[in-house]
Design a protein around this ligand. Structure first.
Ligand code: SAJ
Length: 416
């Protein structure tokens, strides 16, 4: 029972596809299941449908070797890894986690489930989601037993093993990061450990599913709170006319202080989202976590105000907006503070905006529809009288300092 010759990965996104490819690379037969035909076609043609270092070559290799195959319909397997989105519906206070994709995945896989199978939820989820998934499976398959019914004796094992990879370093981190493996029973955790050991070199720590769920949310809330501290210091420094980067460098000389970097805000689909999963279920207690979210969400507004103020001093402001992605060296624009800043500058008609983002081929509709276009880095620098650095992409770092002379520079990342 303990072998995993064939696994199904449900949801072939930023986490599912790299996970599927890494298992395939290690000799497991992997079926990737996704609801989007374009995603399935692209992968079966040997290509990832998003940018991530080294993923191209890996997907090509495992698809050509016949180890990874994508499909629209669920198929039987020894283990199922669910890596579907768990978005937040609404914004800020009052927003609620949406676990309907996890529920849909459970309903889709229930018919092909067999005794001896292992079902793992990898998606970042509010506490209780793994139990909810197991309840759906049990309801749809009364012929099988589940851990909430029969504990160690269950026919089907269920676990939560949250992903914790950093976009931009996914392939490396999928293998080398430590993993939290939360079983609905001891046996569930043990079996999940056996599965992950095929690919994971990092430490694997066993716990229960609820603790694993909260551990993942805690990691991202911790980072959000720490970034909020840095962002709050940047506002305080602006008021006091102190360079925040110098300040943090000095404070970090202390052996027990390690302040993160302020920036234009916190983006991405994890850190800006997951803390709300904790706030949503614990509104009374999670006051610090909520405050951090509010501070970080307010940061783009402060950047816009600063640009407005500088632009007001120019007769014809031409603003080079450098970078749109949510962080450096990725093509991911989700929840990006840079996009929000550029959109608001365009709405307020602060000046002519020259948008530079070397990682994408065309602007998202919310910017393109406002008459903006993508520009070349050198051309934008040449023409602009105000330079706004929003993302510290490697390609922006080797800027010719002479080109910045006589221009207003707003460096939101402290990179220059
Ligand atoms: N940021 C700052 N200052 C910093 C660090 C980050 O402003 O000092 C900003 C970034 O520019 C970005 C945002 O925060 O806009 C988030 O970037 P990130 O690189 O910190 O994290 P993500 O969202 O790419 O990935 C995170 C990671 N979580 C942690 O580091 C605790 C990753 O390990 C998780 O797997 C991922 O969330 C996830 O999927 O949850």
């Amino acid at each position: 029972m303990d072998s995993f010759a064939r696994i199904a990965v449900v949801g072939l996104g930023y986490i599912g596809l790299p996970t599927a490819a890494v298992f395939a690379e290690n000799g497991v037969e992997v079926v990737g299941v996704d609801v989007t035909p374009r995603v399935v076609e692209t992968i079966n043609a040997g290509r990832p449908h998003f940018g991530e270092p080294n993923l191209d070559a890996l997907v090509r290799r495992v698809v050509q070797a016949g180890k990874l195959r994508a499909t629209l319909t669920m198929e039987p397997a020894d283990a199922f890894i669910i890596a579907v989105p768990t978005p937040l519906r609404g914004h800020g206070e009052g927003a609620a986690p949406d676990i309907s994709y996890v529920e849909d995945a459970a309903r889709a896989l229930a018919p092909v489930l067999a005794a001896g199978n292992l079902v793992i939820l990898e998606s970042t989820s509010p506490v209780g989601t793994t139990e909810r998934m197991a309840a759906i499976l049990a309801e749809l398959r009364p012929d099988l037993s589940f851990p909430q019914q029969r504990g160690e004796l269950a026919d089907v094992q269920v676990a939560h093993c949250p992903e914790r990879v950093l976009p931009g370093r996914i392939l490396e981190e999928v293998v080398n990061n430590a993993r939290v493996i939360g079983g609905m029973s001891r046996k569930c955790a043990q079996r999940a450990l056996t599965l992950y050991r095929i690919v994971v070199k990092g430490e694997c720590r066993l716990t229960n599913a609820r603790t694993a769920e909260l551990a993942k949310l805690t990691e991202n809330a911790y980072r959000d709170v720490n970034i909020a501290f840095a962002n709050e210091m940047s506002l305080i420094c602006d008021n006091l006319r102190i360079n925040v980067w110098d300040l943090i460098g000095l404070a970090n000389l202390h052996p027990r202080v390690n302040i993160l970097s302020p920036g234009p805000g916190v983006g991405g689909h994890c850190i800006a989202v997951d803390p709300w999963f904790i706030v949503a279920t614990n509104p009374e207690e999670a006051t610090l976590i909520r405050a951090a979210r509010i501070i970080n969400d307010a940061k783009p507004g402060h950047v816009v105000a600063k640009v407005r103020e500088r632009a007001a001093a120019l007769k014809q402001p031409v603003i080079a907006c450098l970078g749109l992605s949510y962080k450096k060296d990725v093509d991911d624009l989700r929840e990006s503070p840079a996009v929000e800043i550029v959109r608001r500058l365009a709405e307020e008609k602060v000046g002519e905006l020259l948008v530079v983002e070397p990682h994408i081929g065309r602007l998202p509709p919310e910017l393109a529809d406002r008459g903006l276009a993508l520009h070349d880095f050198d051309e934008a620098l040449e023409r602009a009288n105000l330079v706004l650095l929003l993302v510290d992409h490697m390609s922006f770092m080797q800027v010719d300092r002479a080109m910045l002379k006589d221009k207003f520079v707003i460096d939101t990342r402290g990179a220059w």
